[in-house]
Design a protein around this ligand. Sequence first.
Ligand code: FNR
Length: 381
Amino acid sequence: MKPGNVAEYREAARRKLPAPFFHYIDGGADEERSLRRNSEAFGDIRFNPRTLADVSRIDTSTQLFGRDVAMPLYLSPTGMTRLFHHGKELAVARAAAEAGIFYSLSTMATTSIEDIAAASGGPKLFQIYIFRDRGLSREFVERAKVAGYDALALTVDTPVAGNRERDRRTGMTMPPRFGPESLLSFAMCPEWTFNFLRSPDFRLANVAHRVDALAGGAMGIIQYVNSQFDPAATWEDAAWLVREWGGRFIVKGVQSVEDAVRAKAIGATGIMISNHGGRQLDDVPAPIELLRPIRDAVGPDMELIVDGGVRRGSDVVKAVCMGANACSIGRPYLYGLAAGGQKGVASVLSIFRSEMERTMTLLGRTDIASLDESAIASIGA
Ligand code: FNR
């Protein structure tokens, strides 16, 4: 039976993917408390529905990062997508463009900035890090400009990788150390294995040219990139990137009111309130819990995105009612991709859209402008 919600797509992805790759997507850091809390926090919010409100027409369209979009939802950047499906980032970007929403390309992608731009005319964002070699960051800014990306997002929550213990257990380490159980899981997923053997084009496409000189193939590149994350980076470096880019600039990974205020002060136009999907520091607030205090602190004009734990269209509606411009999702579209390639991503997006429309209908709110605090009854377990 075709999956009908995100949880069912998660199960479909579990069946399709070798265990190390499924758990790489699915897992979080340490005790995975933030991973769970990100979703559960949405369940603590209750609606205040209105009836007999002429809900014969529902319009989810809005504006984001200077573009018209079909709904207040988009796709967060995720690295190494080739591991999850041979359609890789191209399949995801095309599904996003068809759905009329933003796609975000990660620095750690397996498709290049230019190839995504050539394949998709939809709204696009490029996600960058501050590298030890500032020339590498500057090079990415230039490439994204030339390729016509609409916005740049700087990820700030990854001075080191989080402690993801599922990856240690499955051998999804650098270099990989797949034990007998993991190897058996490859044999149990013949479709994935066949497709990988047919085109084993795993390559960190945006940085490969930098390390062509280095021997060691894909693993050498990943090690190189990780060694390039600069733990000494500061807000001055972020301000420098804002100036270099000169357009819509989003700070991704803000988890405190103080940092939100700082992001505004350096000229960022948007914030992705995010704990990297519970993959970095554990025991931090869920992004949705930070939304109201951050909106109060930065005022009405900054674009605020709730990123993490969004699994239903109703979650998106709640976030917009509470002051978000949009939500973004990571795992849900990767489950769709693993389960069914571009069609799987498209199906996940159409599920979100119809859930959003149904929620708005039942709430008595017909468009995005009518989603405000009056539609929220209470928050609390
Ligand atoms: C990520 N995320 C991420 N973020 C980023 O800025 N650059 C990256 O390369 C990646 N890579 C990545 C890989 C995988 C497999 C996952 C699951 C996540 C984090 C991502 O952008 C987003 O913040 C979270 O996925 C949001 O949480 P949900 O929607 O997955 O709960």
